[in-house]
Design a protein. Structure first.
Length: 90
């Protein structure tokens, strides 16, 4: 932020870990829903294998959803600016 201010580059105040803007949260939910929709895991290795399998499946089967999330970032930002803050929790 210091560099931006010294360079006179305007920047938005962007709250850390903002669920309203962070599409990674939506993707993690897809992963979590798929991983924990099956049997419980008895060890870490099985869980890692399941997560990697779900990520591969999401990359192919859910690509349009992820692309749509990515394309929604601009409209999410605009809505947040219009509402002067938190979009989903107001």
């Amino acid at each position: 932020m210091t560099f931006l201010k010294e360079s006179k580059i305007p920047a938005m105040l962007w709250p850390a870990k903002s669920l309203d803007i962070n599409i990674a949260e939506d993707v993690w939910k897809m992963i979590s829903d798929d991983v924990y929709d099956g049997p419980t895991f008895s060890n870490k290795e099985d869980l890692i294998i399941a997560i990697n399998s779900v990520i591969d499946r999401i990359n192919y089967q859910h690509r349009p959803e992820i692309q749509s999330l990515y394309e929604s970032i601009r409209s999410r930002l605009c809505k947040i600016l219009q509402k002067a803050g938190n979009l989903y929790n107001k």
